[in-house]
Design a protein. Structure first.
Length: 297
């Protein structure tokens, strides 16, 4: 049986007249009769009795009517839900991000815009490492990843989209001799211990900092690894070394930390959005569209 038969039966049960049922459904009366006969054969019981002026429900038909109405209502709800999901208005979007990415204003602002546009889409946010993000994205355990560039080698199935860029500033203790210097270059810090995020070689902000040091003509003699950029700020404030961190972290005001800009045109860090190249879901597409609008403004 199909929902067309259910709809014909419910309409006939409400009208108790095959002719009016045919008119309402826009089909011929013999077609109504045939659909009801087919339904009764599949149900193995009669739903109507013929009477002088039309039809009436059997006892079994009256009970079946209530269930048929419920089934039709659920089917219509399912169709509407499917249509809304296809437009990105329902469902779930699983997003992974680098820890420091959520400390920059662009990502929370984007998530806010997305939630306003699609309030019924559930957001599942996961703070995991770059390598975990790439693996989870390839395995379809997450939908979107916000990665620090460079993300390292990527499968061909993953596509990157530019999202945001932040200047990298030197952070140090206010007691550091260079904290009050009129001008400060990265080369001036060549003999300092650098506090860096413990990213794997060629990955993330850890690699970016080492790359900038090499461009400035030196390789840090000593390094101290930290789990994230916030930890770098705290350790630098305590006098354990200097670090390069996104400028946005200055607004959190960690006591004892001093931020100084570096006059290098390429002294910045980038966030990129990683998605599966074959992902055509409406929710992912909308997030990318909103991200591009953010960049344009």
């Amino acid at each position: 049986m199909d929902f067309r038969q259910f709809r014909t039966f419910v309409t006939a049960a409400e009208q108790l007249h095959l002719g009016r049922t045919a008119e309402l459904l826009g089909i011929a009366q013999p077609a109504v009769t045939q659909q009801i006969k087919t339904l009764e054969a599949q149900l193995d019981f009669k739903v109507f009795h013929r009477v002088r002026r039309g039809i009436e429900l059997t006892e079994a038909g009256a009970i079946f009517l209530e269930h048929a109405k419920t089934a039709l209502a659920k089917a219509e709800t399912a169709v509407l839900a499917g249509r809304r999901a296809s437009r990105g208005e329902l469902g779930k979007l699983c997003i992974a991000y680098a820890h420091s990415a959520m400390l920059e204003p662009e990502l929370p602002a984007l998530l806010h815009r997305f939630s306003e546009a699609r309030p019924e889409v559930e957001l599942d946010l996961r703070d995991i490492t770059v390598q975990e993000q790439v693996t989870a994205l390839a395995d379809e355990r997450i939908d979107v990843a916000f990665l620090r560039s460079p993300p390292g080698p990527l499968p061909s199935s993953i596509k990157l989209t530019a999202f945001s860029r932040q200047p990298l500033d030197v952070v140090m203790s206010r007691e550091h001799p260079a904290a009050q210097a009129d001008k400060l270059t990265l080369r001036d810090l060549a003999n300092e211990r650098f506090i860096v995020v413990g990213d794997p070689p060629g990955v993330g902000i850890g690699h970016r900092v080492l790359q900038l040091c090499m461009e400035a003509g030196f390789e840090p003699a000593t390094m101290l690894q930290a789990g994230d950029s916030v930890s770098i700020v705290s350790l630098a404030a305590a006098g354990l070394g200097v670090g390069l961190v996104p400028r946005s972290l200055e607004r959190f005001g960690i006591d004892g930390a001093v931020f100084r800009p570096i006059p290098m045109a390429n002294c910045f860090t980038e966030l990129v959005i990683a998605t599966r190249a074959f992902d055509r879901s409406a929710t992912t597409r909308l997030l990318l569209e909103l991200a591009q609008q953010s960049i344009a403004t």
